[in-house]
Ligand binder design. Structure first.
Ligand SMILES: [Fe+2]
Ligand SMILES: [Fe+2]
Length: 296
């Protein structure tokens, strides 16, 4: 197996023919991902901690490949790390991320600095990747003989995209499907739900067999991929119904959020520990949407 920091582990390659390298860090179970083919490599949201980025780079080199592309799927601060280690590569960013107001970009960078300090990386100058090549809806390029297709898919955030490698029947899903049954929505639940409908259609059309999310575990098998997407959709359908019912009963909105979140945890059964905080965030966002809908 490839060398890795002592507390990180390789989730891919699965075998000698696998073109993916996936290094899972203990830092937020973050997965640094590379696609390597025919002496070329593309990195997807490469890091992570500096040592994880370095291990990914060394693994790519060990395969005799040059990093030609670095894809930043969206501009959340955990995904905007490591790109500046590869100045020779084409850097890709959704146009919606590049179009964010300057103060929002500064906030993304400030979050990176907070994380850097936590990781003991003091004094590192961070900046927003303003020079990246952007795409509004889709972009495509090749890594060796493999085509990579970037598709804009807002929902997790207003600027999220995903990447398909059709020949491998693989999806690099960014912060979608990181924890099926517990959607990570950091924007509008309605947009997230719409994104899941779109993603299901794309995964069916491309017969996707493998999902590589940016955190936690890969999903293997076409049926498991569709089931994971369906679990996200079922979650929000259930949550929205409960929020509507509680609001209709006249329950105060902050209490609706707490009660609905508790119901989502109970519905799931086994506790996901600290991750279950996301139920509260999802519930708060659905309550805001439903109250907006009721007011309009
Ligand atoms: Fe994110
Ligand atoms: Fe993330």
């Amino acid at each position: 197996m490839l060398p890795a920091p002592a507390d990180a582990r390789w989730l891919a390659p699965r075998d000698a023919r696998d073109p993916f390298l996936v290094l899972q860090s203990p830092f937020w179970s973050y997965d640094s991902i590379a696609l390597v083919a025919d002496g070329e490599a593309c990195l997807f949201d490469p890091g992570g901690r500096p040592e994880d980025v370095a291990a990914l780079r060394d693994a790519v080199r060990a395969r005799g490949a040059l990093v030609r592309h670095v894809v930043l799927t969206h501009s959340h601060h955990d995904h905007l790390r490591g790109w500046d280690e590869f100045p020779e590569a084409r850097l890709w960013l959704p146009a919606a991320a590049a179009a964010k107001p300057r103060e929002h970009k500064q906030r993304d960078v400030a979050f990176q600095e907070v994380i850097d300090e936590r990781l003991g990386r003091v004094g590192a100058a961070r900046r927003f990747p303003d020079h990246a090549e952007t795409f509004a809806e889709r972009a495509a390029f090749t890594v060796g003989a493999l085509e990579v297709e970037l598709r804009f898919l807002p929902g997790h955030s207003l600027c999220t995209s995903v990447a398909f490698v059709p020949a491998e029947r693989a999806l690099v899903s960014a912060d979608y499907l990181v924890s099926p049954g517990l959607p990570y929505c950091r924007w509008q639940p309605r947009a997230f739900e719409a994104a899941m409908v779109t993603l299901r259609a794309w995964c069916a059309e491309l017969a996707i067999e493998r999902v590589l999310p940016a955190h936690h575990a890969p999903i293997e098998g076409h049926a498991a991929v569709l089931a994971a997407i369906d679990a996200e959709r079922a979650y929000f359908a259930f949550l929205r119904e409960r929020v509507r019912a509680l609001l209709a009963e006249g329950v105060e909105p902050a209490l609706v959020t707490r009660r609905a979140a508790a119901e989502m945890r109970a519905r799931r059964g086994p506790s996901l520990g600290a991750r279950a905080r996301q139920d509260g965030d999802n519930a708060r966002r659905v309550v805001a949407e439903e109250r907006g809908a009721a007011l309009s």
